[in-house]
Write a protein that binds this ligand. Structure first.
Ligand code: ZN
Length: 295
């Protein structure tokens, strides 16, 4: 693939727009506030045009849910999102038409999963699962070099959970399921219970044990389904000191040593750092031709 790649990390509060090349370099970037589609998307296109144009592809890593069914007339659209003004927005089409090149799109979580497998903590494995724990919880998996999709992308944050014995009264915050994994362990649920982020709670506060307990159960559930070589835990909540160690310990204890391998090597932190979003968009643009679609 010759030429540069237009990169879009489409988030609920900001779009990070960039230019990348096939050597994995990010050559330029900017930030655009996410307001309304008719403002934000043209602003991103204008900036990309100012970078000299001549793109060979567009890679988009977007908040979702997204329509990723190649046979769907609304492929590349954001659908049924809780974010005001963005439901049923065609996000892939405007970039492809304006820049006259094919578009690859997937979720921001899948982008991070693919980027970490290509260049980060999942490199040189045949299977890698990425879970982000932040404002929400999401997961993506790469097996044999391919992101796993069904008719759409996975929604791993919405698995149902057993209840921690000291967490019987909290209803959970997921607007769809209440006490699913995201409803019990994402950042807003921590603030709702204890009025602070996990990293601001004292290290002996039960919140640390409780959130690690939920995440460890999620980890062992995904191990049972997929047994991936790596389970990469990222996102703002995972930046809490000591949390990944607690998750590892609880995952080993909670599964009675059932799963193969060394938890230290399997349950790991991400490696791509602040560029995860744009590198995810770049990874999406470079995967197999199935996803790179002319508009
Ligand atoms: Zn849910």
């Amino acid at each position: 693939m010759d030429g540069n790649i237009a990169l879009i990390e489409a988030g609920g509060t900001k779009f990070i727009v960039g230019v990348g090349d096939v050597s994995r370099r990010i050559l330029a970037r900017t930030r655009i506030d996410t307001t309304r589609p008719e403002e934000t998307i043209p602003a991103a296109i204008d900036w990309l045009r100012q970078q000299g144009g001549n793109f060979c592809a567009v890679g988009i890593a977007s908040f979702g849910p997204l329509d990723l069914d190649p046979a769907s007339p609304t492929w590349g659209h954001i659908n049924r999102t809780a974010k005001p003004n963005w439901s049923d927005t065609d996000i892939a089409g405007p970039f492809g038409r304006a820049l006259s090149c094919p578009v690859a799109i997937d979720t921001d979580v899948n982008g991070a999963a693919l980027g970490e497998w290509m260049w980060g903590a999942g490199a040189e494995t045949n299977s890698s699962l990425y879970i982000t724990v932040g404002t929400g919880i999401g997961g993506g998996a790469v097996v044999g070099g391919h992101l796993i999709h069904g008719v759409s992308h996975p929604e791993m944050g919405h698995i149902r959970m057993p209840r921690h014995p000291a967490d019987r009264d909290f209803a959970g915050l997921c607007p769809f399921h209440g006490d699913c994994l995201e409803g019990l362990a994402a950042g807003p649920s921590i603030k709702a219970r204890w009025g602070a982020s996990l990293s601001d709670l004292p290290s002996d506060h039960i919140g640390h044990e409780m959130i690690a307990w939920y995440l460890a159960r999620a980890v062992t559930t995904f191990q049972a389904i997929l047994e991936p070589a790596r389970i990469i835990l990222g996102g703002g909540v995972m930046a809490t000191p000591g949390l990944i160690e607690r998750v590892r310990t609880e995952a080993v204890a909670g599964s009675n040593g059932y799963f193969a391998g060394d938890a230290q090597k399997i349950i790991v932190a991400p490696m791509l750092g602040d560029d995860t979003g744009l590198l995810g968009a770049l990874a999406i643009s470079r995967r197999d031709s199935l996803a790179l679609r002319p508009i």
